[in-house]
Design a protein around this ligand. Structure first.
Ligand SMILES: [Zn+2]
Length: 568
């Protein structure tokens, strides 16, 4: 009897240990960081929400639909970095804290004057308006609650808000900032749809069975209560959102796990994602459904080429059905406060199963986790081992073109996502004059989005990289860009604070670089193109000056302008 009790205790211990290890446990400090705004916490978006080609990597803090709210240091530390990122973070400020975390605030309007001055000096050292300027640990120490910045709407922002992140300083891993703050939330996630995949085939080469879920006593259920499949290996994807109690916004979920007969098979938890991995969003979702205007279905069992470290998997993470008995399935979805919703249904395999795809038998199959090469006549494509997430049979076609210097190569379909760039090589089908051989560009058209890339000549082939499938062809561009200057004229004068605006234009709308020099020294113009701005400051002292502007397009055509003027 005593022995029996011991055995039970031992078994319980094993079960508990196994359960605790589905995902790594973190004990983040929840009382260390104060909320960085002086208004109550309200989220416009949370960590792990799905966006085009990336996960949302922070918390979007509601700022009363206004700009210029003061942002305060959430804890003691030092301002370690500022960043100008016009396509993303806008003006961002980073604070490192002695407990090993860094907090950061994006889309800011402005920083304290001493920080702005040091930032400008750093930009002049780097000769770049864009990018990071780092500060020494003792340069700008801050106390908890000290003013850091005024909020705004700079960079890729659709309205005033603060994008707030917490990262592990050591490796820059981006963590779920909600795990550092206590938020009142007792509302469980909503689960609305379920997709069923036959994983003996590529997820790209099937139309999953999709089901609308309905609320039932104690959770959600599927129509009829039973899902019957004709495959020996299946997986699920779900559409689910989460809300914080009292806030109407639908945010992303934190965790999902699928259990078969009470055994955990696969799942994910978005407690941290590295910026280098955020593009795996395209593997995590059913990309084709989303690309065709559908919902964000999140795969619970990762695709073979999905290297995100957010998953738990038992073996291959798929549900294997060796016989036709009925199994009890539940999918448990949680938010960061551990509020849970559950879908329950029965899963059964039919006696007949559809034949698995043998991808190894067909050389046109592109496979995840390996280098793939496609070659035909005057076109080549080489992937990396991280280019694809699942297998697909490459479809290739071509069209002729009167104006292009090659055929128009139609490489597969943009509904298959690409992670690492593929190298494309194209042979011209018309004689390119010797003078134009270093003015060749590869045009890449994905669903109307045109990208122009400088093409490099290697052994008779022109090559360039791309991260999308679509149409590819070669063109020759010998037309240099143009420069229009406002605010200063050759032989004219300017005064302190007066703006100089440079507008550049290119026949292919592809500016490769812009550089301004004053008396041989780099001068900081702000802007992404086609408009660059400079406001006369201490870098243009009273006296005579020579402003030299240089613009280069993607094909390598260069235009230069020299303007001599006097600063009064
Ligand atoms: Zn954001």
């Amino acid at each position: 009897m005593l022995k029996h009790v011991f055995t039970s205790c031992f078994l319980l211990f094993i079960i508990h240990t196994a359960k605790a290890q589905l995902f790594p446990e973190h004990n983040y400090p929840t009382n260390y960081f104060r909320y960085p705004l002086d208004i109550p916490l309200k989220l416009n978006a949370n960590f792990g929400e799905m966006r085009p080609n990336h996960f949302h990597m922070g918390l979007d803090l509601f700022t009363l639909r206004r700009e210029n709210l003061p942002v305060y240091a959430p804890a003691d530390g030092w301002i370690s970095k500022v960043k100008v990122d016009p396509n993303g973070f806008g003006n961002a400020i980073y604070v490192s804290h002695p407990n090993g975390y860094t907090s950061l605030y994006c889309h800011m309007n402005t920083f304290p004057t001493k920080v702005l001055q040091a930032m400008k000096e750093g930009q002049y050292v780097k000769e770049s308006w864009k990018g990071d300027v780092e500060f020494a640990k003792n340069q700008f120490p801050v106390k908890k609650g000290e003013f850091l910045a005024y909020s705004g709407n700079t960079g890729a922002s659709a309205g005033p808000h603060v994008h707030y992140e917490i990262r592990r300083t050591e490796d820059d891993a981006c963590l779920n900032a909600l795990l550092f703050h206590r938020v009142y939330d007792v509302t469980p996630p909503d689960i609305t749809k379920l997709a069923v995949y036959d994983r003996t085939k590529s997820t790209y080469e099937q139309t999953p069975k999709t089901l609308m879920l309905s609320r039932a006593a104690g959770g959600y259920s599927v129509p009829g209560g039973t899902i019957t499949v004709n495959s020996e290996a299946v997986s699920f994807a779900i559409v689910a959102t989460d809300r914080v109690t009292g806030v109407p916004n639908a945010n992303g979920i934190f965790e999902a796990l699928v259990y078969v007969d009470e055994e955990a098979i696969s799942g994910f938890r978005v407690d941290g994602i590295d910026y280098l991995q955020t593009r795996y969003l395209n593997a995590h979702i059913d990309y084709r459904i989303k690309a065709n205007g559908g919902s964000y279905y999140q795969h619970i069992s990762p695709l073979p080429g999905d290297r995100l470290p957010i998953y738990f998997k038992k073996d291959d993470g798929l549900i294997h059905l060796d016989d036709t008995t009925t199994h009890q399935v539940k999918i448990v979805v949680k938010d960061a406060n551990n509020n849970a919703s559950t879908v329950r249904f029965q899963l059964k395999r039919s006696a007949w199963t559809s034949a698995a795809t043998n991808v190894q038998k067909d050389s046109r199959y592109m496979l995840p986790n390996q280098i793939n090469i496609f070659e035909q006549g005057d076109v080549q494509m080489v992937s990396s081992e991280k280019s694809f997430y699942d297998a697909f049979r490459l479809v290739y076609n071509y069209k002729t073109s009167a104006t292009a210097f090659s055929n128009i190569h139609v490489m597969h379909s943009p509904t298959v996502p690409v992670h690492d760039s593929m190298m494309f090589r194209i042979k011209p089908n018309k004689e390119i004059p010797a003078s134009a051989r270093n003015r060749v560009i590869m045009i890449h058209n994905t669903k109307g989005k045109v990208v122009v890339e400088r093409a490099t000549l290697v052994k008779g082939w022109y090559e360039a990289k791309s991260r999308d499938f679509g149409e590819f062809w070669l063109e020759v561009d010998e037309v240099p860009p143009t420069i229009t200057v406002a605010g200063v004229t050759d032989g004219g004068t300017v005064v302190a604070g007066s703006p100089i605006t440079v507008t550049v234009a290119d026949n292919k709308k592809a500016i490769y670089s812009f550089r301004a020099e004053l008396d041989g020294q780099w001068l900081m113009f702000a802007g992404l193109g086609p408009v660059f701005r400079y406001k006369t400051d201490e870098y243009c002292p009273i006296g005579d000056h020579e402003l030299k502007l240089r613009v280069e397009d993607e094909a390598g055509n260069v235009t230069e302008r020299i303007i001599r003027f006097t600063r009064k």
